[in-house]
Design a protein around this ligand. Structure first.
Ligand SMILES: [Zn+2]
Length: 405
């Protein structure tokens, strides 16, 4: 059966060491290279869609999380506070929203700045029980693709619709195939903040954005501060989880007393829309490793091109070509040790998308014989054309290894 933990080991993507702790995986160079490419893509997508990026620490004073409501409503999922001195206690944050509320509050805000979209790929922590932890799919240290839009109430509908569009774009580029959409609503019980009118308003806004879209309702799956649209995935073992989410929150702007100056000079309270386009890097990669069976699209493959000199006489030509590939922005390796057949098999085992074979003839006339993942061999072509072909597929973030047509 396909299991991202087994593939993660075979492909050297990440390691879970009991000495580091359960649910605290370490990304190895190959996994980190793939993740870095995905992070760059997401950051660029966000930048193009009007997001501004910030950095904030994964640790904060106890009072911050009392104010946000997390210690009152979410403490079961958090690590216990750490005491430095009698009046100085810190907690590992379970969410980025409190820090982003402080970003909004860092200075006076005008209606002209809205919607203000604050994004961060940030660390946060959840005290998951050790029994549910496994590989990257359930972890205690989470790197979340997160953003908060601060907007006027009448801007929420358009904002949610635009976020749904961005989610679809990101999923298409990464190869995420969602299993369905869920409107997560309040359940019975008292673990929710805010009044009924706020909840009804937020629910109406989300339902409006889902007009014409298939979804199921899930009572009891809302955040403690508001309803949400969740986009669900199913892993190879059939387990369902949330990869992308959009949440409408009237509560935190109240708690943090957020306001902006409207066009008539009056003070108004913004609405906070929480959203994650692709979820945490951990859960995303648990899913991507399985759905692609380790054979990532070239643009986020850990190594995109392995050059194989047929014998020692082509070693210099291979090293020179590798330098050019690196200069062109590609992740490249030269593998010169062992028989050619064994090297080809090893690259196939590692799911490398492009192999470049350099024999005496290719080295002599500056050509390269490309082989694609899956075994297809192309006719030798000028080395510059081969690098341009690979670079083009990478730049286009194409799912296929060759241009269409
Ligand atoms: Zn949030």
């Amino acid at each position: 059966m396909i299991d991202h933990r087994r593939l993660g080991r075979e492909l050297d993507l990440f390691v879970s060491d009991p000495l580091a702790g359960a649910g605290l995986p370490i990304w190895l160079p190959a996994g980190a290279a793939a993740r870095h490419a995905v992070e760059e893509y997401v950051r660029e997508l966000e930048r193009r869609s009007g997001h501004q990026h910030v950095y904030s620490p994964p640790l904060g004073k106890r009072e911050l999380f009392e104010l946000s409501g997390h210690l009152g409503y979410f403490a079961d999922d958090m690590f216990p506070p750490m005491r430095l001195s009698a009046d100085d206690e810190f907690v590992l944050r379970p969410a980025l929203c409190p820090h982003h509320a402080l970003v909004f509050r860092a200075r006076g805000r005008s209606y002209r700045e809205l919607p203000l979209r604050i994004a961060e790929l940030g660390g946060m922590y959840r005290s998951e029980r050790s029994g549910v932890l496994g590989g990257l799919s359930r972890v205690r240290a989470i790197s979340l693709n997160d953003a908060h839009t601060f907007c006027a109430p009448e801007q929420v509908g358009a904002e949610v619709a635009e976020i749904l569009r961005l989610i679809r774009e990101a999923h298409a580029a990464l190869g995420v195939r969602p299993a369905g959409l869920r409107l997560s609503l309040r359940g019975s019980g008292g673990k929710y903040v805010g009044d009924d009118a706020q909840w009804a308003r937020a629910e109406d806004l989300l339902r409006g954005a889902l007009d014409g879209v298939d979804y199921v309702e899930a009572p009891g799956e809302a955040a403690f501060y508001g309803p949400k649209i969740d986009i669900q995935i199913v892993d190879a073992a059939g387990r369902e989880s949330t990869i992308s989410t959009i949440q409408v929150d009237f509560d935190k702007p109240e708690r943090f007393d957020l306001s902006y100056t409207d066009s008539d000079g009056s003070r108004r309270r913004p609405v906070m829309v929480h959203r994650s386009l692709v979820g945490s890097m951990e859960r995303l990669f648990a899913y991507l490793i399985e759905v692609h069976e380790g054979a990532f699209p070239a643009w986020y493959a850990p190594v995109q091109l392995v050059l194989l000199p047929v014998d020692d006489a082509q070693a210099d030509a291979a090293a020179e070509l590798a330098r050019r590939a690196v200069d062109a922005g590609l992740r490249v390796e030269v593998d010169a040790a062992g028989s050619l057949g064994a090297r080809v098999r090893d690259a196939a085992r590692r799911r490398v998308p492009y192999l470049g074979v350099l024999g005496a003839r290719e080295a002599a006339d500056g050509r390269l014989a490309l082989r694609l993942r899956g075994g297809r061999a192309l006719d030798p072509m000028p080395a510059a054309a081969a690098l341009a072909l690979i670079g083009g597929q990478v730049a286009a973030r194409a799912a296929d290894l060759l241009p269409a047509g």
